[in-house]
Ligand binder design. Sequence first.
Ligand SMILES: *Cc1c(COP(=O)(O)O)cnc(C)c1O
Length: 463
Amino acid sequence: MTASLKDLPQIEALLSQPNIAALSQGFSRAETRAALRSVIADLRAALLSTDPPAALPDFAGADFAASVAQRITAARAPSLRPVINATGIIIHTNLGRARLAPQAIAALAAAGADASNLELDLETGKRGSRHAHVERLIRELTGAEAAVVVNNCAAAVLLSLMASAGGRNVVASRGELIEIGGSFRLPDVIAQSGAQLREVGTTNKTRVADYANAIDDNTAVLLKSHTSNFRIVGFTAAPERQALARLARERRVILMEDLGSGVLVDLTPFGLSDEPVVADVLKAGVDLVMFSGDKLLGGPQAGIIAGRQDIVAELKAHPLMRALRIDKLSLAALEATLRLYRAPHDPLREVPVLRMLSAPQETVAARAAALAERLAAVGITDTGTEATSARVGGGTLPEQDLPSVALSLRLEGFTAEALSAALRRGRPPVIGRIAQDRLLLDLRSVEDDELSLIADAFAAILR
Ligand SMILES: *Cc1c(COP(=O)(O)O)cnc(C)c1O
């Protein structure tokens, strides 16, 4: 004998039963109703399945009420929560990009908890500017005359083009008209800024003469962009920045560069050679650069604009600045992150993104061994370590792999996909990757203090 659909109770009838009504002490009626709906929907699906249950639960009993309470509690879990990034992609946009240094976290917590001098000049008692809190630091770290910070790099590019080229022409190379994902396409952004795009050169080669020939009385900006997430290799050419800067000066137009990631320290010692240092770009004569706060800089989401004083002054006064400005929590975290680039701090050790990408291979291997030991302690012994390639991610340095080490795992009764899904739904969620039917946990994007959390997540799955 199997139960049938007509044995399923009405939601409203359930709500008035004593066992369910008792839930109103801890939960709202709306939450209880939603949980009951989902329980009944599951039962209905089970009854319609190929293997229907023989009996339904005792809807008036304590066990049923407890299962409803459990469902409400699960539904109450925060939506946005910490996960463990064991993908080996250090700046993973879907996993929140850069992790902040403790100093940055402390600064944003203080800015959130307390009143602050966000827009008050404590010396004069007059209204101050929120931009002032980081401008001096950015100038010091990049050599720029002036700087201003907005919500993200996309906003930085949009605002810079609107203010400098709205109603006029922007000249850009066909090899640099990028799409960055999340629907940021440079030609569309230029159009939205009110400027006209003049494409020059070809996909693989663009020369200074191409830019020069495209400049006319209506040209305002020459725009260079970092091709972030792709590379054109082989028969290619792009002008030196110095040559473009000379051209821009002669023809009285502005040379801008969307750097995307923007690094403040040279990363070539770590095998990462394609990311120009912001200070070098400005020194080469670029008038204005834009870069992200939460990519290789290792800070919060932000868009940093640095360069010529007169251009930055116009940006600060632009009517859309208010709509694009950075919020106080991000500003606090950004200031604290930038301070880590100044002696006696060492950004390679103190900024998590830089620490992860610069960690010696032995450190990553030792972390993999430590994780294997912790997993063995909770009963997972079918593990092995293997050499892998980690990535910086965040659309930066697409062709450059970082040597890394992953723990590969198998678990009795689980396919790699099933194990991956169980970990993703675990507490905390652990995100790895699958290769050749094995789950890989790449340790370059994991920190030592997360190893015990990974072991906890596995222990919960085994239970
Ligand atoms: C990532 C990137 C952006 C967008 O930066 P956000 O901070 O995500 O808005 C813009 N331009 C380039 C070249 C990028 O790589």
